[in-house]
Design a protein around this ligand. Structure first.
Ligand code: MRU
Length: 361
């Protein structure tokens, strides 16, 4: 099966699989700069924390060709702010833009042309894309080793290839676990209101040939009562320094259920989704989305006219309910404060070497 790659640079243009139209229509949206990319992120053409980080990197890299030579850094920061405003919860956006900023600083100091800065940034964005897939594969390896019980796995939202540069985080763990034991099956929550589970995750597992059963989110309690679940595996948009995990709304109830039923609850988190500057989950900004996502289904109103709507896109699972956080740098459990610092510092050293090489190229 050809791997799903939601983000690609073709002929100098960013191509994003339009995830709003899956699974019925497979088409791409093209972006030529920061404004178009920010709009694509805001409108959910591309979604999933690592995917929006990598898309933003390409967006700013293409935009750089239009920066003013005398104001490279100011223009970088303005384009960055535009992209950062597109969605607030996933920290990967800020992570990607801050990883690239040293190149803009160096370019401004050296009086580089915008075209040259753009080429440098594009090459770093490509590297980020490759590294993200590699990180997901490493997460898959580490995570699959943690799943020791027999029985079905449960996931929520879409933390698959579509939510990343490829392969997936939580889906990556499940893929690898299934390769090691293909008697396994997966239950995917449909993920109201945006239906990432039914539209995207079910599509990905079906393509992979991994047995998947779809349920509405409210059916999870009955599932835990009726089947011996091996583990819950989810992704994250931002994990705070103390191990509190923001992920798609509906994740926290699954963690509560897992604890009640003695089932391990694993979070697949690339270090790009860990925010050490955020002390705990209460400090994570939670995106509130349009009421129409709840009042309408497939474009048709289903709710009573005039009703008020609560539509947070994410919730926060407290660290105490998380059995382990699986990163590309290894598994963290127990003391999240020190463990997360350790893995982030390893990742930062690797990234610093990449940036140094880019600066001398
Ligand atoms: O609103 P979305 O679809 O961007 O939310 C995505 C999620 O919550 C994912 O679980 C998270 O970004 C991790 S993706 C590897």
């Amino acid at each position: 099966m050809a791997e799903i790659r939601p983000i690609a640079l073709r002929n100098g243009v960013l191509e994003l699989i339009d995830q709003r139209r899956l699974p019925s229509v497979e088409t791409v949206i093209r972006c030529r700069g920061a404004r178009e990319t920010a709009r694509a992120i805001n409108r959910m053409v591309v979604r999933g924390a690592p995917a929006i980080g990598v898309a933003a990197a390409f967006g700013i890299a293409l935009e750089a060709a239009r920066f003013r030579k005398s104001r490279l850094l100011e223009d970088y920061d303005a384009a960055s702010s535009l992209l950062l405003a597109s969605r607030p919860t996933a920290v990967n956006l800020a992570w990607a833009l801050s990883c690239l900023r040293p190149l803009a600083v160096a370019a401004a100091e050296a009086g580089m042309t915008p075209a040259r800065l753009s080429r440098r940034l594009v090459s770093q964005a490509r590297r980020m894309l490759i590294d993200d897939v590699a990180a997901n594969r490493a997460i898959g390896e580490h995570g699959a080793k943690l799943i020791r019980r027999r029985g079905p796995l449960v996931t929520h939202c879409n933390a698959g290839a579509l939510a990343t540069a490829g392969y997936g985080t939580a889906v990556g763990v499940i893929r690898r676990a299934w390769e090691l034991d293909n008697s396994r099956e997966v239950y995917a929550g449909e993920t109201r209101p945006y239906l990432q589970g039914s539209r995207l995750t079910a599509w990905e597992f079906t393509k992979l040939g991994i047995p998947v059963t779809l349920m509405t989110d409210s059916m999870a309690g009955r599932l835990f009562q009726s089947r011996a679940i091996a583990a819950v595996v989810v992704g994250t948009d931002r994990t705070a320094a103390n191990g509190d995990v923001a992920n798609k709304v509906g994740t926290y109830p699954l963690a509560v259920l897992a604890r009640r039923h003695g089932v391990p609850f694993f979070v697949a988190a690339p270090t790009s989704s860990i925010d050490l500057d955020c002390p705990h989950g209460d400090a994570i900004p939670i995106e509130e989305r349009d009421a129409s996502e709840v009042t309408h289904v497939a474009g048709r109103r289903v709710a009573a006219d005039g009703v008020k709507v609560f539509n947070p896109a994410f919730d926060v699972t407290p660290a105490e309910l998380v059995t382990a956080i699986i990163t590309e740098q290894g598994v963290v459990r127990g003391n999240y404060v020190t463990g997360l610092r350790r893995v982030v510092s390893r990742a930062q050293s690797a990234r610093a070497a990449v940036t140094k090489a880019a600066l001398s190229s």
